[in-house]
Each structure stands twice: as C-alpha cells, then as structure tokens.
Write a protein that binds this ligand. Structure first.
Ligand code: AMP
Ligand code: GLY
Length: 423
C-alpha cells in the first residue's frame, strides 16, 4: 500500500520508522518531511497546512491511506478533505479536532460532562478579564483559546504577570486570532503525565504513559519549549491511577464527543496532572505528542499500521495494542538559543550504527550533507530493561552525534528515576 504521512518533525519521523516495519506498506511519502526523514520516506515539498496541495498529491499519486499527524492540518479539516476524495485517514475530522483547536470548547465539554479539570472562566474581552483578575487567586493560569504552538499558556505568579498576559494576548494579539477568547483557570499542582490513546470513537486503547520535559534548561528552569525530552513509562502513572483515568476521564471524553456529534477517531492525547484531589485534565491534543511519540512508538510491539486501520474502520476492539515492558528515553538535541533566537546550517554527523534511533525534527539535506534547520533538531531514543539504562544509553548516543551549536538538557528522566527509587 502507498501511504502518505502529513508533517515534518521528529514525531512524524518516529511514526514513519514504525510504519516501515509493517509488511503491508510498499511506499511512504512525507509531506513535507525533512532532510533526516528523507532516509526513510520520499519527501515531497508540500507544506502541512497546504490542504489543497495535499489533496492534489493524494489524488495524483494513488495514495491508499493517509496519516495526518500535526494539529494545524487536523484543525483545518485535512482529514475531511481527504475523505471526500476517498482516501481513508488516521486522524480526527475538523469537527473532532476542535478538542485541541479551542480551549474554550474543551473546557466547556469537560464541565458539561463532569470530566475532572481545573476550575475556569472564559473571557471574550480584556476589560472583563482584567476586572476578574482584581480578585482572582494567584498563581493563576491564562490560556489563549486557539492554537499557539504550545506557547499560548502563561502561569502567572504575580498579579502583574497575569495582567501583562491578558494584555499581550487580547490587546496586542500576540497569538493573533487565537487570543480572541481566553480561559483563566485555577492553578493546579502535581506530577504531569502524558497518555496518548488510540480510539475509534467506541473503544479506547491507551498507549504506554510518558513524561515530557517542557522547560529549556536543567531542573525545569528556563522558557517553555515544544519539549526537550521524554521518558516512558511514567512512574507516577500507577495501575490504580490508570484505571481511575479510564473510568473518569478517557471513556467519558469519548462519550462526550459522541454526544456532541463530534466522534473522535485517531490518537487522543490526554495531558494529565495528578493532583492531591485526583487526576485532572490539563489539556487535550487531537494527535500524537511530540516528543512523546519518540518514546512511546519504540515500545509498541504490535503493528502500528494495523492499529491505525482498525481505528479508521471502527474495529479497534478486535485489534491488539501491546507494549514492551521495557523503558525508553528520548533526549532532544536543539540549537543553542532555542526557543528564542538561534542559528542554523551546521552540519550534523550521525554514526550509522545509531541512525535507527534518531528522529530528525529540523534538518535539511544540502549536497549530501545534513544541516541543522530548526530549533529542535533531532531526538535520540534508547530502550532498555531499566529506566536508568535507557537514560544512560540515550546520552551515550547523544555524545556520539556531532553538530556545532548543539544544545540539550542533561537531566532528562532524572525526576522519573527518583520517583522510581523512592517507591
Ligand atoms: P500546555 O501548553 O497547555 O501543555 O501547558 C503548558 C504547561 O503549563 C503544562 O504542561 C503545565 O505544566 C502548565 N499548566 C497548564 N495548565 C495548568 C494549570 N491549570 N495549573 C498548573 N499548571 C498548568
Ligand atoms: N509534548 C507536548 C505536545 O505534543 O503538545
């Protein structure tokens, strides 16, 4: 079968490498892919937001199945457009992708169906929001309604920070129309867990849990980023908590989306916080997480393509989704200066013997050389029986990769390791 994967980051590289293990697949195209992905798929220079271009490509190249991985094309209705020309897809329709596309929608959904989340208020003008802040408890959390590259969330530890956040989102339009509405919510505490789950709108099969490291610097200091590394499984996510989440969060969410006439099919990402009052939803994403995918898929023992097809066909209940009992760690190598200003164009040298476990996020090919071309450049994953060994192996691989201007955190997995040892 001829498969097309929409997107061009480390997550898409991990999806493509896993799909390549499936015997049913003869050809994989990546739109647009990147210089590193070109070792594993045929990259086509069509942007992930160019829905008309994607549809044309699928039509002209007899694509049998499409995986739409990033949030933007999903929210723009890429799956609907491909379905219209008869291409089956992995990913939610536009109507269902709103669960990530609008925080106001997802908060209201949780409230209506009693799904545990932080208390909140919605504002459509700055004046009302600023008035509300006069008596709001601090810290408080301010979120732009729409997509904002993971940067639309401000945790305000002082009233001034809260006021500045409202002004920059609603008045200065820092995130454009994404900030026409905002959510101001209760500040929660507790360990965070990412759970990606396959669902066909009837059955939910969660993948192995993981832990992201969002801050740029060691010990969770510095700015928020797209994610500087991940480990799986997440030691805080015990079997008891998993059962509680299934009962109180996962199944009720699928049910709620069905009742709203927005059946969700694809990968639903639950960003959870394990608070002293039980697990609560911090955010939903309508897609695989990045870099969570880079630790979750290497632990998947079942055939990813068969699972994806069962999600599309509504037969997930009969499909095995099995994970290894091992642990995985992914360390992101970024460009120095990320997530702010950074320089690109440095040659990346990856030893052949570790290329299988490198997921390239931002690089281009030039005269046969791989050059850095992004804030996050690549992720390096290792799998081992014990978390500590996975962490050590992943850092050993990082040290074997050479590019000038490389930057990475040194403490990926350390908090998880401590939680394991404290048990
Ligand atoms: P998001 O971009 O929605 O994933 O949010 C970024 C980060 O902000 C999350 O990973 C949390 O660490 C934090 N965050 C979001 N909402 C809350 C909240 N209500 N209370 C405390 N922290 C939060
Ligand atoms: N790693 C967080 C995300 O994919 O949104």
């Amino acid at each position: 079968m001829r498969i097309m994967v929409v997107g061009g980051g480390g997550r898409e590289h991990a999806i493509i490498k896993k799909l390549k293990e499936s015997k049913k697949i003869t050809e994989i195209y990546a739109l647009p892919g990147n210089g590193g992905i070109s070792a594993d798929a045929i990259c086509v220079n069509i942007g992930a937001k160019d829905i008309a271009g994607i549809v044309d490509f699928a039509k002209n190249n007899k694509i049998d199945y499409a995986v739409v991985a990033p949030d933007d094309p999903l929210v723009l209705g890429c799956v609907d457009a491909l379905n219209e020309i008869g291409v089956p897809c992995f990913g939610p329709t536009k109507a269902a992708a709103i669960i990530e596309g609008s925080k106001v929608f997802s908060k209201n959904l949780m409230k209506k169906y009693g799904i545990p989340t932080a208390g909140y208020d919605v504002f459509s003008n700055a004046e009302d929001a600023l008035k509300f802040l006069e008596n709001a408890p601090i810290p408080t959390v301010i979120k732009a309604d729409g997509l904002a590259l993971g940067k639309g969330v401000v945790i305000a530890f002082t009233k001034k920070e809260a006021v500045d956040a409202v002004k920059s989102i609603m008045e200065d339009k820092k995130f454009g129309d994404s900030g026409n509405n905002i959510v101001i919510e209760e500040f929660l505490t507790g360990p965070e867990v990412s759970v990606l789950a396959f669902t066909d709108g009837k059955t939910v099969k969660p993948m192995i849990s993981s832990m992201d490291h969002k801050r740029a610097l060691d010990f969770d200091k510095g700015l928020n980023t797209g994610g500087m590394g991940t480990i799986a499984p997440n030691p805080y996510y015990t079997d008891d908590i998993a059962s509680e989440c299934m009962e109180k969060i996962f199944l009720p969410t699928i049910d709620a989306m069905n009742k709203e006439g927005r059946q969700f099919k694809g990968c639903l990402y639950f960003g959870l916080m394990l608070t002293p009052n039980g697990p609560k939803v911090i955010e939903y994403n309508c897609r695989f997480g990045d870099p969570e995918t880079q630790v979750v898929l290497p632990l998947l023992e079942s055939d990813l393509f068969e699972i994806m097809q069962s999600v599309t066909n509504g037969t997930l209940v009969d499909c095995e989704v099995k994970f290894s009992k091992k642990s995985a760690c992914c360390v992101i190598m970024a460009s120095k200066g990320y997530p702010e200003k950074y320089e690109n164009g440095f040659e990346i040298v990856i030893p052949n013997e570790i290329a299988d476990s490198v997921y390239v996020a931002g690089a281009k090919k030039n005269d046969g050389k791989l050059l850095s071309a992004g804030g996050r450049v690549l992720g390096v994953t290792a799998v081992a029986g014990a978390l500590k060994d996975a962490i050590d192996a992943s850092y050993a691989k990082v040290k074997a990769i050479k590019f000038d201007n490389a930057f990475y955190r040194n403490d990926i997995g350390q908090r998880a390791l401590k939680a394991t040892e404290d048990r």
